[in-house]
Design a protein around this ligand. Structure first.
Ligand SMILES: O=C(O)C1=C[C@@H](OP(=O)(O)O)[C@@H](O)[C@H](O)C1
Ligand SMILES: C=C(OP(=O)(O)O)C(=O)O
Length: 414
């Protein structure tokens, strides 16, 4: 149990490492010729799960101080790949595992056991691999080899499998042409394309990412790269600054391909005072007003933006709520129930989440083992009568293990 007291925050922090960027680098490194150096890997549980998975795929992994070295194809492969609770790791690694002419079982833990995997089945079969997932749920069983060819991918529920497929296809023997239907979370796919480019892999993508042409038989050159600071975790710190003090976050790339860089546009729409100073993005307590923002393609911003909206005068309208049902929790339900319990006025109608800002009493939050619900509850409660108590605070380890320590480090002397 942890209690986040109300109060003023001020100070400067480093953003955690982006697990999304790290996981892409790890999967690509496991397919590269030679040894890759990946700096700033961080300690996220999803990153650790992906490290274990690439070892199971036959990569040798050596950990050093603030870096990992990955040598693809240098170790024995395992039949069972434990993806922990990482949706990206399971969906993306299903495609990478299918490259090999052997059977692999991708296993899930916690809420990931209930998250849909059906989007991986047809495409892998169209490309020559065998693939099964009873009831469309984990575990996912694949048997390669993935040959390449023409394939249609349904991107409505998630972009994650498409990212994995794009990481795998340059290493397949044949050329591929991928037709993508209804893609959501497109910026995450652009991040994948950026990682492929860094490894020297060629993909020709139409502007809207509806058609992707991937030559087969490519090699990935080894890289020495640092994992970017995480805009998704930083979003909570920036919202904390905007509602409760003065917080500067360093280690963020203003030109990053990360979807959640869009938090800047949302904070600006709310009237937050933001400035880049000495290499850090600084958010200061501001007179915030309700805003309208489309988070369809950056769904992980819903939790921090819902916390922000609780403290913005008038009504905030967030679009894309129907994308939240199959994350670590049903985040639409979780945000409505838990922020209401703190005194917020929040409802979801169709694809819209609406929040009327006003004073919060505070109280208890059940994060449902979802890191982003825990962080949203804690940040919302910074401006409340009683603060927020929550159980199971270690769920933040999934993406941002130091979150509560970082938040507390921003308190002034009592
Ligand atoms: O590719 C990625 O790293 C991710 C893509 C998004 O998922 P969807 O594509 O399922 O929306 C996001 O919500 C998730 O946290 C990470
Ligand atoms: C949804 C998330 O991750 P994943 O889908 O990779 O489990 C997340 O980090 O919010």
């Amino acid at each position: 149990m942890i209690h986040t007291a109300p109060g003023t925050l001020s100070g400067r922090l480093r953003a955690p490492a982006s697990k999304s960027h790290l996981q892409r680098l790890l999967l690509a490194a496991s397919l590269a010729e030679g040894t890759c150096v990946i700096r700033n890997p961080g300690e996220s549980a999803d990153g650790q799960a992906c490290l274990a998975v690439i070892q199971g795929l036959g990569a040798r992994v050596a950990r050093g101080a603030d870096r990992v070295e990955v040598t693809g194809g240098a170790g024995p492969a395992a039949e069972v790949l434990d993806c922990g609770e990482s949706g990206f790791c399971l969906r993306a690694a299903a495609a990478v595992a299918a490259l090999a002419p052997r059977a692999s079982t991708l296993q899930a833990r916690g809420s990931l056991r209930l998250r849909p995997m059906d989007m991986v089945l047809d495409p892998l079969r169209q490309l020559g691999a065998a693939c099964d997932a009873a009831g469309g749920l984990p575990p996912v069983r694949v048997r390669g080899p993935l040959l390449g060819g023409d394939v249609t991918v349904d991107g409505r529920a998630s972009s994650q499998f498409l990212s994995g497929l794009l990481l795998a296809l340059p290493r397949a023997p044949r050329d591929s042409r991928v037709i993508v239907e209804g893609l959501r979370s497109a910026p995450y796919v652009r991040m994948t394309l950026g990682v492929l480019e860094a490894f020297g892999a060629r993909v020709r993508a139409s502007e809207d990412l509806a058609v992707l042409e991937v030559p087969g038989g490519q090699t990935f050159r080894p890289v020495d790269l640092a994992v970017e600071g995480d805009w998704s975790g930083a979003a909570f710190l920036l919202v904390a600054g905007a509602v409760a003090g003065d917080v500067a976050v360093e280690g963020l790339d203003p030109r990053s391909a990360q979807a959640d860089r869009a938090v800047v546009a949302a904070l600006e729409a709310a009237g937050a005072r933001l400035a880049w100073e000495d290499g850090a993005l600084r958010a200061r307590r501001s007179d915030l007003a309700g805003f309208t923002f489309d988070a369809t393609d950056c769904p992980d911003l819903f939790p921090p933006l819902a916390a922000l909206a609780c403290h913005a005068r008038g009504r905030t309208r967030l679009k894309g709520a129907s994308r939240l049902r199959a994350k670590e929790s049903d985040r639409a339900e979780a945000l409505v129930t838990e922020l209401s319990a703190l005194g917020a006025r929040i409802a979801v109608t169709g694809d819209w989440m609406e929040i009327d800002g006003g004073p919060l009493a505070g109280g208890r939050v059940d994060p449902r083992n979802d890191h982003r619900i825990a962080m949203a509850g804690a940040v919302a409660g910074l401006v409340s009568r009683e603060g927020v108590a929550l159980d199971g605070e270690h769920c933040v380890d999934k993406s941002y293990p130091g979150f509560f320590r970082d938040l507390e480090s921003l308190r002034g002397e009592p």
